[in-house]
Design a protein around this ligand. Structure first.
Ligand code: IMP
Length: 199
């Protein structure tokens, strides 16, 4: 395998995946690189299901475009807060209007004591090889929801997600990638690909 399509056009996700896969000599292509316009309904009840829905849609679209089967992978991620029974979970992107998710979460957790503010980011990756065979890897980042928004880096829930005594929004992107759910899932994918395709 020398080409792998990542089911995203997000420049940050793409850069991170390219950096991690570089030692394998595999070229990671975006949807834009493949001229694929694909936005399937992510109606699964788990991150893994949603990642697979995305990966299968892109696999079909890529085969339709090029007439040849190409390996693809898709990621799906979100935040699970214990005091909210795992919410927002697979609904993380739709929990609140962009930019308002942290304030809403802090509001929901008002009065929740420190020891009950545990939470985790989860990232699931679905990989389909050239034959369409499916594999799944995932990564988790354990932390706590703080009491105020801190830091200006990152996106989404980063300003309220405490990893130790800092939020993810107070970390550089390199530092965050080294401990994040997505970084862990991408490194697990790297290991899987190395085992299968490495020399
Ligand atoms: P997606 O899987 O990249 O579409 O992410 C789904 C949603 O989960 C995002 O819109 C964010 O709200 C949240 N999320 C996922 N990963 C992160 C992260 O690393 N930091 C902050 N929020 C995240």
């Amino acid at each position: 395998m020398n080409k792998l399509v990542m089911a995203t056009n997000n420049a940050n996700k793409l850069r991170e995946a390219r950096e991690i896969m570089a030692p394998l000599g595999i070229e990671v292509l975006s949807l834009k690189d493949m001229a694929i316009d694909c936005d399937p309904d992510e109606n699964g009840s788990t991150f893994a299901e949603n990642a697979r829905i995305k990966a299968e849609a892109v696999y079909k679209a890529a085969a339709g475009k090029t007439g040849a089967n190409t390996a693809v992978f898709a990621d799906d991620s979100g935040l699970c807060v214990d005091a909210l029974g795992g919410r927002p979970g697979v609904h993380s992107a739709r929990y609140a209007p962009k930019g308002e998710e942290c304030a809403k979460l802090l509001g929901e957790l008002e009065g929740t004591p420190d020891e009950e503010r545990t939470a985790r980011f989860v990232c699931s990756i679905a990989f389909l090889d050239e034959t369409g065979a499916h594999s799944e890897v995932s990564g988790v980042c354990e932390g706590k929801i703080g009491y105020e928004q801190r830091g200006t880096n990152g996106f989404g829930y980063d300003p309220v997600f405490m990893y130790g005594d800092r939020t993810l929004a107070e970390m550089s992107s390199e530092e965050k990638n080294s401990i994040s759910h997505r970084g862990a899932a991408l490194r697990a994918l790297y290991e899987l690909l190395k085992e299968r395709y490495g020399d």
